[in-house]
Design a protein. Structure first.
Length: 289
């Protein structure tokens, strides 16, 4: 009996041609006696199609080649099923694979995605939408938009973007946060809703985060000057500073005094004034090194 694997590939994520990747995956599957069913996403009814493939093949794993958006789509499609998701990082936003410390070579990632053990990972529900990684309200959400559109890559590209976004950004907002049976009010430039530790750029924003502890963190950045951005980018997140407050909880609401830009896992979601957030504990199984 060959074991079935569904391979979901987003042909356009990260602007990379995926034909070599698909060949490598097929070769690996053949060598290791897996029956591989390839599905290319189209952006239309992908979840339903993946669910019907699952029902037809009952795979033990679904291997996903794409970025955070594709992984999240598959995780949502498989919400009610017991299946392990393997990741081949191949998108423009690969925050989750950075956070899981997945290696850089395709050969190593194939072994992990097909054969390695897994963790049961939490997801976060924000206004009914799911987040697997990091979402935020404030300066960075406008940044996500700019960063996707810019040619500057890497940390300094990010720093320059951050600086220009700050200069152009609106006034700080006032956030009323209810969590852990307390109501607090903070004036903030940005609030990160974090299931994990790092942005896809490798920047650590939530040093104490764990993806399977049944909690998420609200990282409240009250001020964001170049000095603080520099510290965050160089990995010296000053968590004992007055400028940063971290709240760890499994449920929270955030209300802002005016609509503020908001993004989930690198996808811009418009300006919001109310966020209802709760943890979805052990929501998906993800293969890890």
């Amino acid at each position: 009996m060959k074991k079935n694997i569904i391979f979901v590939v987003n042909p356009i994520s990260g602007d990379l041609d995926k034909s070599d990747l698909v060949d490598a995956v097929q070769e690996f599957a053949t060598t290791n006696h897996f029956h591989l069913e390839v599905y290319e996403t189209t952006g239309k009814k992908d979840q339903e199609k993946i669910q019907s493939l699952y029902n037809e093949y009952q795979p033990e794993r679904i291997v996903v080649a794409g970025g955070d958006g594709t992984i999240k789509m598959v995780a949502e499609a498989m919400e009610k099923y017991d299946v392990i998701i393997g990741i081949l990082p191949a998108g423009s936003a690969n925050g989750l694979s950075v956070d899981l410390n997945l290696p850089t070579t395709i050969e190593e990632n194939l072994k992990i995605a097909f054969l390695s053990s897994y963790i049961e990972m939490d997801m976060i529900s924000i206004n009914g939408k799911k987040s697997i990684h990091l979402s935020d309200i404030g300066v960075n959400a406008s940044l996500v938009k700019n960063y996707e559109e810019s040619n500057l890559r890497g940390l300094w590209g990010y720093a320059l973007q951050a600086y220009s976004a700050l200069k152009e950004s609106e006034e700080p907002f006032v956030a009323t946060i209810t969590a852990n049976n307390e109501v607090v009010e903070h004036t903030a430039r940005m609030i990160v809703i974090a299931n994990s530790q790092k942005y896809g750029t490798g920047v650590i924003i939530n040093p104490n985060g764990a993806m399977n502890d049944g909690k998420f963190e609200l990282v409240i950045l009250k001020s964001l000057d170049l000095l603080l951005i520099g510290k965050i980018i160089t990995g010296n997140m000053p968590i004992d500073s007055d400028d940063i407050v971290i709240i760890s909880t499994d449920r929270a609401t955030i209300k802002t005094d005016y609509p503020v830009n908001f993004q989930i896992d690198g996808e811009y979601c418009g300006a919001q004034t109310d966020l209802e957030i709760h943890i979805l504990h052990k929501q998906m199984k993800i293969a890890i090194p």
